[in-house]
Design a protein around this ligand. Structure first.
Ligand SMILES: C[S@@+](CC[C@H](N)C(=O)[O-])C[C@H]1O[C@@H](n2cnc3c(N)ncnc32)[C@H](O)[C@@H]1O
Length: 238
């Protein structure tokens, strides 16, 4: 019987090609096939570029489509198809990597692949290699401490606008908000209304040549930040 290959969920870091772990680089050098999600605007080619330096010559990189929809039925079909394709490769005895920008366990399409493969075939060997998240790199770029002493920090998505922020702001000391690009105006208005604009920084394309760090209160209204943007919001100004 052919052995089943191992699936590696690999975080390649947030953008700077040097922010990939030694372990991720070593595994990328060993695998026979690399998978990446193709739907998350630009980030997939960035993940591929970071990974490709570490691949052996000729190793195929395959993009899997994850539709940008909230329709559960459509999503589940895509997850099953994608997991099916990964399983097909693993069942030929090949080791494969699924690469993801930042960390694979943090807002990543890898989570869906992981869950669907576990449900389809719980015996498939899966190993997960963590990556430096976007917000860890952003905190370093902005020189902002995420939490110290007894403080808490909460990571939220801004995909639905400022709703999550309003729900948690009284219960936490610091907030990191990812996926802010679509509803940025609304989020900015809320931050200014809560008098947090001066204490919040927007970090865009962290680790890339055109990285930008701006204070939210000074960010020109209507200038839309790029997809790779996040906010660090602190109640305390430091
Ligand atoms: C689907 S999530 C991916 C998160 C990723 N897995 C991580 O560990 O950071 C996409 C969001 O991550 C944030 N992001 C990822 N890379 C970034 C970067 N280089 N600079 C700023 N934000 C980034 C942005 O908020 C973007 O909308």
């Amino acid at each position: 019987m052919t052995r089943i290959g191992t699936l590696y969920g690999i975080g390649v870091g947030p953008g700077d090609p040097e922010l990939i772990t030694l372990k991720a680089a070593a595994i990328l050098h060993r695998v026979s096939v690399v998978f990446a999600a193709s739907s998350t605007k630009n980030s997939h080619s960035l993940a591929r570029n970071i990974a490709s330096v570490h691949l052996r010559k000729g190793v195929p990189v395959e993009f899997l489509g994850f539709p940008m929809t909230k329709q559960k039925g459509m999503l589940e079909v895509a997850w099953r198809e994608n997991a099916g394709r990964v399983l097909e490769v693993l069942k030929k005895g090949k080791d494969a990597a699924f690469i993801t920008l930042g960390d694979p366990m943090t807002y990543s399409t890898f989570g869906y692949i992981l869950q669907t493969i576990r449900e389809t075939d719980p015996h498939v060997p899966i190993k997960i290699i963590p990556g430096i998240t976007s917000y860890q790199a952003a905190a370093a770029a902005a020189g902002r401490v995420l939490a110290e002493a007894e403080e808490s920090f909460t990571v939220v998505s801004g995909a639905m606008g400022a709703k999550r922020l309003e729900q948690i702001i009284d219960h936490t000391d610091n907030v990191v908000m990812l996926k802010v690009y679509k509803r940025f105006d609304e989020i900015m208005d809320t931050l200014n209304r809560l008098e947090l604009g001066e204490k919040s920084v927007l970090i865009s394309r962290c680790g890339l040549e055109d990285e930008e760090v701006s204070q939210v209160s000074q960010y020109a209204k209507k200038s839309h930040p790029p997809y790779l943007s996040l906010l660090i919001i602190k109640k305390r100004k430091r």
